[in-house]
Structure formats: C-alpha cells, structure tokens
Design a binder for this molecule. Structure first.
Ligand code: GLU
Length: 557
C-alpha cells in the first residue's frame, strides 16, 4: 500500500528540503515590539489602479510609523493574465508617488533576505510546503478534467447546492494512494488540491483591523494549490509567502475578504499563526443618479493611477488626498499643519471607514493647489520641467530657453505667508503662462473677437477710451498700492467710479467701476479673465512691453 510519504516522494522526487529548513532559511525578523511588517503584492496584470495605490500607501505608512518593514512582492503566478511591460510600469508609477519599499522586488532589482520576492521564482519553496501537506495527508493529486468539473457543477446546480470542489463532490479525495500512484505513472495530468476539513454550514469568527469582528462561513473547498504549470495559486502562495516573509499585517483589497476562510484553513493545516488582516474598502464614485459605485477602469479615468501622472497632479497632493480617504481625522490635521509634514500624522485603522469612500476630484484639485502654492519658485519649476519633458515639449522649451524668466512668472505672489494658488496641475500650466511669451500672446490676440471683453457692458469705443487713458498714464511704481491708486485715478479721469459703493449711489454718473478698468487691462495684457495679480504680471512683462500690448490692442479694436 502506498503511504502518503511515498506519494509525496513520487510527486516531488527532487524536493529534499523540509519545512524546518525553510523556517531556518527565513528566520523571525528581529524587530522592536510593535513593529509591523507589511507588504504590497501586485500582480502584473495591467495598469495600477487608484485603489492599489491607496493600499500601497497604507502599507508604507503602517510600516514606517511602527519602525517596521514594508516590502513588495510580485505575484506573477497567473501567467495567462500577465500584461506585457506592466511589471516595469507598475514600479515606475509607485516610485513616482514615493512608495518605495524597504525590501523586495522593485522593478529590475531585488533586495532583502526573505526573497526571492517574485512568486514565479519561488517554486522550490512552494514545493517543500506542498510535499509536506501531502505527507501529512492534507493535500492530494486531483485528476479531474474540465469536463468532469463541469459535470460536478451541473449536478450541484440541479440539486441547488453550493458549487465547488468539496465534501462528497471532491471525487479524487476518495481514491487510494495506490490508485493515485497508478494514475500518475500512467501520465494522466493532475493538479494538487488542499484537503479541507471544514464545513461551510459552520461559521467562524474572524477579526479584521478595519471591519472588526464578524462571522463568516468556514471553508470546505479543496482548492487547487499547485497548478499543472508548476506554479501555486494565489491562496496558497499568499499563505506560504506571508508566513516565510514574516508579514505581521496583510493589508489588501476588500475583494479578498471572501477568501479569508480559505486562507485561515490553510494556516491552520500548516500549524502556522495567521497574520493580522486589514481589508481596504473600495474607492467609490457617485453615478449620475447619485448611487455609489466602484471606480471603474472603463468609465472613470481617475481609476488609473496613470491619469494623475499624465494630468500632472503633484504626487504629494495625490497621496495627501488619499490620506483624507484613509483616515477621517487627517483633513483637519493637515490643515492645522499647513499642508506640511504629513509623515508626522499618526495613521490608525480605527479611523478608516469600512464602507468605502467617495473619490472627489475637486478635493484632490484643492490639495494640488495648496501643494503647488507652497513650493518655492525653483521647486515648482523643477517639477513642471520634469513633467514637461515627458508630456509637453513646448513647455519644456519655454522653460529651458529662459529658466529665470519662467521662475519669475512662477514667483508671482509666491514665497510669502499666504501664497496665491494660481495653479492646479501641470497639464494646465502651458495655457496659464502662455501670455507671458510674446509669440504665444501674438497667437492668442490674433482674433480679438474671441477675447473675453464684456461687450454687453462696454462698446469697443469705450474699451478703446479706457486703453488710451491707460496707455497715456499707466506706470509701474515699486508698491502695488501706488500702482492701483494710479489705476483708480486713470479710471476716475474717464468716468469710472473708484469703488462699487460710489457707483451704486450714483449709477448714472459713471460708465463703470475701477474693477472694469482693471478687467480691460487684464484681458489686454493676458487675453484671459483670470490671471495672477495684474500688478505683478506687469512687473514680469515690464512697463514697455505692457504699453506695447495696450497700443496693439487699441489698433486691433
Ligand atoms: N496579487 C493580489 C492582487 O493583485 C494581491 C492581493 C494581496 O495583497 O494579497 O490582487
């Protein structure tokens, strides 16, 4: 009679290592009390989802905050679903958000003592554990063909039973080792299945750091742990890897909650203590009817991390925004800390909503404006240049041709206590600053009929009168207040009230208010209704260029 041990040797004749050898190869980590070992475990099956960036941010934060270790493991056992280049892009994207692991796989390099960190290179480790499970009678070869599996499913559906390979339906559970041996020797293809002792009618109590305590049906599926391609399945690889990589807290997407009983079943069979679990809720979005739904790759550009990179949201802003989703108290904290020193914030799973949070692009834009306003002129120029090199060659040229001039533009009302928040994302910068460059300004102004003058209020002849008075009298003193006093004076000289109150008291007396004069000047100098502070715009352009633009506009109208 073939024993379990003999069957295990027949299946894995070359595996001589034992579980104890693995325990010695991957010793317990020598970390201080409370230090958490976390991991981000992406599969190279496509683009980096915003939810995955969110998860990786939480992993990084928890490890940093507790003085622990954060590592990355590439889960590439599903070779059929692998998307070309995605493993490289994934890591470039993580890097751009400063999600850098302490150890593990990172693009083309790997570091750390618990590797390899790429699952396809860990077959020898999995084989040792599977051999052990066969030896102790908790795993067996299954020779089911897809047709047989189909039949089982149909039978279960007809009997209105739970579908799957379990209990009496797990047909290759019941054959003898001699029969198994004969089938293997006859060359019949097989996979290895775990032998569960559970019963799905029973409930088990589980604890999740976010979802807290709940009951869930016990596992009784004899899941495939080793596929015919020689690689393990996710469930099995997760258990083995997180055990031997000494992960203390598994932080992963909520979609894995349903699989938790399988994982706990495997941990129990192996006699290993499971890690803590934190299942991160989905990021949601409101649809047109106001219903919450999952961020969708097909419908929502912001579901892909590449969107934020291509649109040019500063990575800090994205991370800061995601932290507001992660912890309900973060927003107030970061306001108090003037959008700085995010590392000092104490993250807590207790402050994470278990229901899923709504993604709000307006709030992200708000953070983006804050971050960009708080950069020095040189920092923002560096960041924009880096973006422009990849996504906007014209912008790159503008900056490279005269960096000092670009910095002057960026420096308008910056580096002060309450800096102006003129910019939201890098992809809008070219359009925002174009008018500072004579060539672009020339293009903008070539069609004066589309300039945003308020023709309902002012005819061309009044606009011209305003511009002529400005041309004749405008100056550029050292103080903004003197400059504005002069604009008021110029307005006054041609019938514009100094302020709204004066205008409202005697509307018939005036053509408009000084704000109208400023708007006409703004549109003339910038071709826009919104621009940075006009006085400083003139400072950058200089008095002569400003006057030339005024004269040119007069000639066009
Ligand atoms: N490779 C799995 C995924 O990409 C990871 C799940 C986990 O973190 O354990 O969904």
């Amino acid at each position: 009679m073939t024993t379990d041990k003999e069957l295990a040797d027949l299946i894995f004749p070359d595996v001589s290592e034992t579980i104890d050898d693995l325990e010695a190869r991957y010793p317990a980590r020598n970390l201080k009390e409370g230090a958490e070992v976390t991991r981000f475990a992406p599969s190279p099956t496509g683009f980096l989802h915003t939810g995955s960036l969110f998860t990786s941010m939480v992993c990084r934060k928890v490890a940093t905050q507790t003085g622990g270790v954060f590592f990355i493991r590439l889960e590439d056992t599903d070779t059929k679903r692998e998307v070309e280049n995605s493993r490289t892009i994934l890591f470039e994207q993580l890097k751009s958000f400063n999600i850098i692991p302490d150890e593990g796989y990172f693009g083309n390099e790997e570091k750390g003592l618990y590797g390899p960190y790429v699952q396809s290179k860990r077959a020898d480790v999995y084989k040792v554990v599977i051999k052990h499970l066969i030896e102790i009678g908790r795993a067996y070869p299954c020779f089911c063909t897809p047709e047989e599996l189909d039949e089982i499913r149909k039978e279960q559906e007809e009997a209105k039973l739970l579908t799957g390979y379990y209990g009496q339906f797990a047909k290759y559970r019941f054959i003898s080792n001699d029969e198994r041996k004969a089938l293997i020797e006859s060359g019949k293809p097989y996979v290895i299945r775990f032998k569960s002792l559970g019963n799905h009618v029973k409930k088990i109590k589980v604890h999740d750091l976010i979802h807290k305590d709940f009951d869930i049906a016990q596992n009784d599926l004899d899941i495939v742990i080793f596929k015919s391609d020689g690689l393990p399945t996710y469930h099995f690889a997760h258990v083995v890897d997180d055990h031997f990589m000494r992960t203390t807290t598994v932080i992963r997407g909520e979609e894995w909650i349903a699989s938790l009983p399988i994982h706990l079943d495997l941990f129990e069979a192996l006699g290993w203590e499971p890690p803590k679990y934190a299942h991160i809720p989905l990021i949601l979005k409101l649809d047109e009817e106001g219903h919450k739904r999952k961020l969708s790759k097909r419908l929502d550009p912001e579901a892909a991390v590449s969107y934020f990179i291509e649109e040019g949201y500063p990575s800090e802003a994205v991370i800061m925004y995601l932290m507001t989703i992660a912890n309900t108290n973060f927003e107030e904290w970061i306001f108090q800390h003037h959008f700085k020193d995010m590392d000092q914030f104490e993250f807590s799973f207790d402050k994470m909503s278990s229901d899923g949070s709504l993604f709000d692009i307006n709030k992200l834009t708000f953070f983006s404006r804050e971050i960009l306003a708080n950069y020095t002129k040189s920092e923002i120029t560096d960041a924009i240049l880096e973006y422009a090199k990849k996504y906007n060659k014209d912008l790159e040229t503008l900056i490279e041709n005269d960096r000092t001039y670009f910095e002057e533009i960026m420096n308008i009302e910056r580096e002060r206590d309450n800096p102006r928040k003129d910019y939201d994302k890098y992809s809008n910068i070219y359009d925002s600053v174009g008018f500072f460059y004579d060539e672009i300004y020339g293009d903008l102004i070539s069609n004066p009929s589309i300039l945003p003058f308020n023709h309902e209020k002012f005819s061309n002849s009044i606009i011209k009168e305003v511009l002529q008075a400005l041309y004749d009298n405008i100056n550029l003193p050292d103080e903004e207040s003197d400059w504005f006093a002069n604009i008021k004076k110029i307005g006054g000289s041609i019938g514009f009230a100094e302020n709204n109150r004066a205008f409202k008291e005697n509307p018939d007396l005036y053509k408009g208010v000084v704000a109208d004069v400023a708007e006409i000047l703004r549109i003339t100098l910038t071709c826009r209704k919104n621009s940075p502070n006009l006085y400083y715009v003139m400072k950058v352009l200089g008095l002569e260029r400003s006057k030339q633009r005024i004269a040119h506009m007069i000639s066009l109208l």
